[in-house]
Design a protein around this ligand. Structure first.
Ligand code: HEC
Ligand code: HEC
Length: 308
């Protein structure tokens, strides 16, 4: 309410100023600004879809409210419970400032300055643009606050010690926003941003070291040790071991409807990525991702169940 009033006031000031100079150009100014706020929330919701936040931050099986946390995420290092990211002031993130939010995504730090575990994919989200991160915050803060206390992580020592994450970070984390590549089309750069930053496809499709760091030399080339212990396919355009034989439309169809060219449905983490967000993305964005994926250097990496 007070926001609106101050916007209106500045509108009026500007209006007066413009009457004195060129006349009626700023009529409707305050209306345009409140619409921009709705736009921001809408943009934030879109980024939440693209970023797969709902799948991790919602305990669907136990019928818990959306984004209220509590989902158990099993990893080789222990079980993590996703936090409540609704704007509840006590049990959620209702007291967070813009800076707190940016620090979490860009630096992997909580408001007390402690390190997050990389099971929150901040090592990838660090590439997101500030404007998109703040749009996500605007969207989350437009939701109904849900009171939801989440269990403590059940992580074995030494991994259970948050401060030790500092060493992990020093070795494995490079903060920094995504940069467009000059000489590439706007479509390609949009696809790159969606795949490499927001969509965090590599968090599942890129193999990891023993310490859980992504092996960037094998980016998107698949792994037999996916997040839920399953196989994650090679999505570089290698004709035999990757998706080199797929068309742009095949990829769009998979991201939108979860269907592979052989009419098989995707399962597991990919099914969730589609259901909780990718399917809502604009066709132009899905196409941009397809264009980007098919432009990558093919990596020959056959992903199949280890022979017994
Ligand atoms: C792969 C699962 C996963 C995904 C995807 C994910 N998160 Fe999280 N997130 C977590 C976990 C687990 C934590 C807690 C990490 C910790 O305690 O160190 C976390 C922490 C957070 C926090 C800090 C909360 C607090 O109370 O300190 C915020 C905010 C957050 N996530 C927002 C998001 C948003 C927004 C997205 C989508 C863009 C997202 N997350 C995607 C798993 C995930
Ligand atoms: C939570 C983990 C996870 C995330 C995040 C994820 N994927 Fe997947 N993806 C998978 C798994 C697991 C499969 C295999 C599913 C199956 O075969 O049923 C898969 C399958 C695919 C396939 C089909 C490949 C094939 O050969 O069948 C494509 C294409 C794909 N993913 C693209 C993407 C893109 C693009 C993104 C980012 C926007 C993404 N994935 C994000 C886990 C993930």
């Amino acid at each position: 309410m007070s926001d609106r009033r101050s916007i209106k006031n500045s509108g009026i000031t500007l209006l007066l100023a413009s009457i004195l100079t060129i006349g009626f150009t700023t009529i409707g100014f305050s209306g345009a600004v409140s619409a921009a706020t709705d736009d921001l929330i809408e943009k934030g919701q879109y980024m939440v879809w693209a970023g797969g936040c709902i799948g991790c931050h919602t305990d669907v099986k136990n019928k818990k409210p959306e984004l209220a946390g509590g989902l158990a995420l099993k990893t080789p290092f222990g079980i993590f419970y996703s936090p409540n990211i609704t704007p509840d002031k006590e049990t959620g993130i209702g007291n967070w400032s813009d800076e707190d939010f940016l620090n979490a995504f860009r630096q992997g730090l909580n408001p007390a300055g402690e390190h997050y575990y990389p099971v929150f994919p901040y090592p990838t989200y660090t590439k997101m643009r500030d404007a998109d991160i703040l749009a996500i915050k605007a969207y989350l803060f437009s939701l109904k606050p849900v009171r939801s206390v989440v269990k403590d992580h059940d992580v074995q020592p030494p991994f259970g010690m948050r401060f030790l994450q500092g060493f992990w970070k020093a070795m494995n984390f490079t903060p920094g926003e995504f940069q467009d590549t000059t000489g590439k089309s706007a479509e390609w750069n949009r696809g790159a941003y969606l795949v490499e930053a927001v969509g965090h496809c590599g968090e599942c499709h890129t193999p990891r070291s023993e310490l859980g760091a992504l092996d960037h030399s094998m980016a998107l080339a698949g792994t037999v040790k996916g997040p839920d212990g399953g196989l994650v396919p090679n999505i570089t355009p290698h004709p035999k071991t990757g998706i080199g034989e797929w068309t742009e439309d095949d990829i769009i169809e998979l991201l939108k409807n979860g269907m592979k060219p052989d009419y098989d449905d995707v399962q597991g983490g990919m099914e969730e990525a589609v259901i909780f967000g990718l399917k809502y993305l604009k066709d132009a964005d899905l196409k941009a991702m397809a264009v980007y994926l098919l432009s990558l250097d093919p990596i020959d990496n056959l992903i199949e169940k280890p022979k017994k």
